[in-house]
Write a protein that binds this ligand. Structure first.
Ligand SMILES: Cc1ncc(COP(=O)(O)O)c(C=O)c1O
Length: 507
């Protein structure tokens, strides 16, 4: 705690001390309950008389900012007792907005970021939330992971707590090489880079390959944080609607010819938000087009472990004859997102650059977490977890589809997910899903408005329903509430007048 005394200032010393302590308390640096230094010690440190400090403390106490306890000292008061500070000596902070990098494109994504991270909360906790596409923490094998983590620390602690090579924990890279082979992807361990979740993979790819103004083609709707990352690096996005078996290849071909994009981003399996899967023919067609136009493809989340019904066709990377596919995978959906652990497979020349970018960003991913996950997988605990949770997610999906079928009014349609945690629902065009959300929250149900999955507007009458975190008993009740809200909105539309909008690419 640094307090500065200015003996040349016209402000009396006790007031100088009081104002600086008040600022530290107001900013939360000295939190409620924190003991202030003993007056004798502080006086000594500051080179002032002890009475000067005592006077400052007395002022804080008299204003309810601090409490004095006889024989124990002076403590920061609880927040409700802390009035807003004001007066001279409390300088406003700098105007940071004027200091941000002029080259940074982050300002362009700010609004959407806030929209995404604002999770609806309802007092009483009886909200049924279909928002947020995460795994159910109630199904987490937490105890099994704790045991593995303990064992790993005991056996390899000192090495794993040291700085580490950027590429990753070798046994995990070897494990992933075998794991990927199970999906038909041939990647040597040194062609696999361990990253902090697929999100970091996307960030590194954008960092290494994009220049401001470059075109990036992507499916629409698509994963919002991919949209944001590419925007943050100044890319111009070229949305390609989804057709019945994946992104519309006819439109992709036209765009490739006209704009020569630097990248094509797609999610061929377990697509977020629709849950759709690209057909084998569409995958072949996409690879053929990418090869002909020499455009790198970023394949996000190809993992077939959380797919419903028949296994999805092999990942694009498995059929990548021209070495143009960079694929990204993650433990976030199949294990725990909080681990921040994923991987990236790329051709050697790109991987080298990606490693360099990662090194500059965070030096490496936690070796301790990598080792724990490796041993967890090696003991077949990941397999065991998936055999437990995949059927549960599958049941939730079936119940959601049944509930939608029986409860939604005519004019509402939805995608039938083949994988992942969510589906996209299209309301009648006159209903704006974002405007519907407050009404839905009043009825105790939440969803993600679909417009965040669209590049430049569009999707206003769509919404994403995630079924992964809601118990089978609650899904039907949630959909009943949502259907009631939709019915009400149909009788009182949330949007006035006709609205210009592009066709929502639902199938
Ligand atoms: C398509 C897609 N890509 C990437 C991510 C980010 O995942 P991670 O937790 O691995 O960073 C998500 C998370 O929901 C996603 O849906």
């Amino acid at each position: 705690m640094e307090i500065r005394i200015d003996r040349s200032a016209p402000v009396p010393l006790p007031r100088q001390i009081r104002l600086q302590l008040e600022r530290l308390i107001r900013e939360g640096i000295l939190g409620p309950g924190v003991k202030l230094p003993a007056s004798r010690e502080l006086a000594q440190d500051l080179g002032v008389n002890r009475t000067t400090v005592t006077l400052a403390y007395e002022e804080l106490v008299s204003e309810g900012i601090a409490r004095a306890h006889v024989g124990q000292g002076t403590f920061v008061a609880a927040p409700e007792a802390t009035p807003q500070a004001s007066g001279p000596g409390l300088l406003p902070g700098p105007d940071w907005s004027g200091l941000f990098s002029k080259g940074s494109q982050l300002a362009a994504v700010d609004g959407r970021r806030r929209e995404l991270s604002s999770q609806p909360v309802r007092p009483g906790g009886e909200l049924i939330s279909f928002a947020g596409g995460m795994p159910d923490s109630g199904l987490f094998p937490t105890e099994a992971f704790r045991r593995v983590l303990n064992r790993v620390i005991r056996a390899e602690g000192p090495e794993l707590l040291q700085y580490y090579p950027v590429g990753g924990y070798p046994p995990l890279r070897q494990f992933l090489s075998r794991y990927l082979l199970g999906f038909g992807v041939e990647a040597r361990p040194e062609e696999i880079l361990i990253v902090n979740g697929s999100q970091q993979g996307l960030d590194l790819i954008a960092r290494v390959l994009l220049d401001p103004g470059d075109f990036v083609a992507m499916e629409e709707p698509s994963y919002p944080r991919a949209i944001q990352v590419f925007r943050a690096f100044g890319a111009q996005l070229l949305p390609i609607p989804l057709g019945s078996d994946g992104l519309r290849l006819d439109l992709l071909e036209r765009l490739l010819g006209r704009h020569a994009p630097k990248l094509l981003y797609c999610q061929p399996s377990a697509h977020n938000p629709t849950g759709l899967t690209m057909s084998p023919g569409a995958r072949r067609g996409l690879l053929e087009l990418a090869g002909r136009h020499r455009v790198p493809v970023v394949e996000d989340g190809f993992d077939g472990s959380l797919c419903f019904g028949e296994r999805p066709p092999g990942p694009l990377k498995a059929g990548d004859g021209s070495g143009l596919v960079i694929c990204i995978g993650t433990f976030s959906k199949i294990l725990f997102p909080g681990l921040r652990l994923g991987w990236l497979v790329a051709p050697a020349a790109v991987l080298e650059r990606l490693e360099l970018a990662k090194q500059l960003s965070d030096i490496h991913t936690s070796p301790l977490i990598q080792a724990a996950v490796f041993h967890f997988c090696q003991r077949r605990l990941l397999e065991r977890h998936l055999t437990r949770c995949a059927p549960e997610y599958s049941r939730r999906r079936v119940i959601l589809l049944r509930a939608l079928e029986s409860r939604m009014p005519a004019g509402v349609t939805w995608t039938e997910p083949r994988g992942g945690f969510s589906l996209l629902l299209a309301l009648p065009e006159e209903i704006d899903a974002a405007a519907l959300l407050p009404r839905a929250l009043d009825h105790g149900v939440a969803f993600t408005p679909g417009s965040v999955f669209f590049v430049d507007g569009g999707g206003e009458s769509t919404l994403r329903l995630s079924f992964s975190t809601i118990s089978t008993q609650r899904i039907d009740e949630g959909i009943k509430r949502l259907a009631d809200v939709v019915r009400q909105a149909l009788s009182r539309p949330t949007r006035r007048g006709p609205v210009e909008r592009s066709t929502v690419p639902l199938v």
